[in-house]
Design a protein around this ligand. Structure first.
Ligand SMILES: [Mn+2]
Length: 326
């Protein structure tokens, strides 16, 4: 990690801002809180900003409630750390503000990072931005404490799907092991991040599962959720986030789909697979994403949209097959 120049930047200022991305995940929030705490322990004044709301499930992280959604005016020159962002558009309505502030330190692990900073600490071999922050804290001679360790552990846990994704490396586990030395409870972290849901989510899931359908000898499976189902259960659209995984994880299913009919003439389509390149399918439908997780938004009548997507996947499977899981 090329952090020597960043450590010298730290000596030149007493005040820093930290920014992270819109619709923040556990890595965005945990990395920002950890880096903020490390700077404060080193005597610096720090404020953390995120464009939008911090989801409830991350509020168990110390000081998550202090992350601000507005940048004050009249700042003067304040260096900005931008964490877990592949490009400045990820800062949404805060983008211009950040560009006006002063020097930008870009700290990230996405392969698509655009090196937009005056300083760029980008390491695509890291499972999470939190791994880079862990290194940086050591290289700058800063202290770790329980609060920092909890935030970093939660961040890494979040981006590795609780140490289950392919990005989990021996180094990831070594760092996580070192963090656990600070008397953390891994059970609490995994429950908060992955296992605990509001009742509204489970009631919505019940309704969604009732719509489960199959095609092509159960190689294609899908659920359909409407805006009305969300309203009836007192839920919010964000609560649909993990639903498509239930479909994908059915034995024998090659492509799992979640249709969310928003009620304004659009359908949001989530595609998941363990074997098939669903990014290619989403791309044909005007969307994008990763080979195993992608999505798109399609206008039109609900049943027409569903038929269009399922027919396209049928053709794709007949042309490309459904490889066995490795
Ligand atoms: Mn991340």
């Amino acid at each position: 990690v090329k952090s020597a120049s960043t450590c010298s930047l730290l000596n030149r200022y007493d005040q820093f801002y930290i920014f992270t991305h819109v619709r923040p995940d556990g890595d965005a929030i945990g990395s920002s809180l950890a880096w903020g705490r490390a700077l404060r322990l080193a005597g610096k004044s720090v404020q953390i900003f995120c464009p939008g709301v911090i989801p409830d499930k991350y509020l168990f992280l110390p000081r998550a409630g202090e992350i601000r959604d507005r940048v004050p005016d009249g700042n003067g020159a304040v260096p900005a750390f931008v964490l877990d962002c592949s490009d400045l558009n990820r800062l949404d309505y805060m983008k211009e503000k950040v560009q006006e502030l002063g020097e930008i330190v870009n700290i990230d692990h996405h392969v698509t990072n655009e090196n937009f900073g005056d300083y760029n600490i980008v390491d695509t071999s890291s499972s999470a931005t939190a791994e880079i922050i862990y290194d940086l804290i050591g290289e700058c001679g800063f202290k770790l404490d329980r609060e920092i360790s909890l935030c970093l552990y939660a961040a890494i846990s979040s981006d590795t799907g609780s140490f289950k994704y392919e990005n989990t490396t021996p180094r990831t586990m070594r760092i996580a092991g070192n963090l656990l030395e600070y008397n953390l409870n891994p059970s609490v972290v995994s429950r908060k991040l992955f296992d605990e849901y509001p009742l509204s989510t489970i009631m919505l899931l019940r309704d969604a599962l009732a719509t489960l359908r199959f095609e092509e000898e159960q190689k294609i499976a899908w659920m359909s959720v409407t805006a009305e189902m969300i309203a009836v259960n007192g839920a919010r659209p964000e609560e649909l986030e993990s639903f498509v995984n239930y479909v994908r994880n059915i034995e024998g299913v090659a492509v799992g789909i979640l249709f969310y009919h928003t009620g304004n003439g659009e359908t949001k389509v989530g595609l998941r697979s363990n074997t098939v390149d669903v990014a290619a399918i989403a791309w044909e439908l005007g969307g994008g994403g990763h080979p195993r997780a992608s999505g798109c938004t399609i206008s039109g009548d609900a049943s027409t949209v569903e038929k269009k997507v399922i027919d396209l996947i049928k053709v794709f499977i007949s042309e490309n097959g459904t490889p066995a899981v490795e």
